[in-house]
Design a protein around this ligand. Sequence first.
Ligand code: UDX
Length: 430
Amino acid sequence: MNILIVGMGYVGVTTGLILAELGWKVTGFDTNEAKLNRLAVGTLPFYEPGLDVLLEEHSRAGSISFTSDFETALREHPIIFLCVGTPSRPDGSADLQFIRQAAEQIGSLMTEYKLVVIKSTVPVGTNEQVVRWIGEAQREPVSFDVISNPEFLREGSALHDALHPDRVVIGSTNKQATAIITALYKDMTCPLIVTKPQTAEMIKYAANAFLATKISFINELSRLCDRLGVSVTDVAHGMGTDPRIGPHFLRAGIGFGGSCFPKDIQALLYTAKEHGSEMTLLNSVVAVNQTQISYAVHNWERTFGSFRNKTVALLGLSFKPETDDQRESPALSVLKHLMEEKAIVRVHDPVSKLPADMASDRVRQFETLEDTVAACDAVILCTEWKQYTTADWGLLKESMRQHYFLDGRNALDGKRMSSLGFSYRCLGNP
Ligand code: UDX
């Protein structure tokens, strides 16, 4: 079964490579030719561990290739995965223009049966909308099916997550379509959840919203822990051993960012509003996340004093480790605070680059961790890259002017850092 992937972003490239790994022949399409040309010579449009090796292997084996010729590709492929972006509009709703464009193109060009699989995160009801868009664009009636198959992979561990998912969710009302997609995933050992398209669409939003809720819950609790002199890390550990709660997504810090949680929560809130339903809890999840950074900065200022004209090493720009993605990155918000406070900031990230509009004679990126922390008054850890959590801080400390370590991800061992001579401060851990 030849599979055409429309949209060579994060989800599209990963999905394509995983399907190639599962033994299928895959073609990637994108409207951005430069991206296709780079992929064709083995260059990923983003940083993601392990995917470059897979891209090289499958390109060499001919199991993945790339094209900008949609018409020919559509003719040659019975299955089309829609992996295009669904960015936020200013009102929070998901912008479906790329989904619509793809659907209309499929409709207008198809001459035989096609199975269209929606992988992009789309609001409840989009599956039915895509059916309408394809049908309306058809020149003559040709049969097709549209099924929903949301993706749950995380950036930074996309390869592992996509190869070993906890579940595959399929939203389909048609037996033939379900059989085709089930065959595609036959080598996956995880549970297969077949449900209505609307339910599949909602599962994706519900999962992301719930994970974000866990984070905001623990972050809000961390503020109270700070006041009470209780360790939120110990509390999270004690709570998380209850299997009904689970240990994951209970790490307090400067909050969640990325291309999914903030956007998907806004889209879900918009859907709720559209249907006259109030989501008080989810609104609070957003509010806690929005105020967590200023809470952290003011908390650090109580230990460190004003950042004005102080030299600070800011570690990490990406929204989480093992990715170069800076979308909605809490690190950039911390940096903005420091710039407003007129600090001198020395930035470091193993792969992500300081945005040009943030660079100045007071804000510079350095290549090595050693150069970054040299002559600094404080280190602020914003992204818990392994390079930072395993660094020889005893040695690095030698070149610093003052020895404040402000840990925005509760990632280091506070006792150890204190024993090394740092004034160590994190969140919710006195
Ligand atoms: C998320 C979902 O996990 C994934 O299933 C979905 O497909 C896409 O959205 P991703 O955005 O790649 O994945 O990152 P994730 O690992 O979920 O982290 C999101 C944010 O939450 C990061 O900024 C991370 O630092 C933060 N986070 C995570 C915490 O602050 N505390 C935690 O305990 C866990």
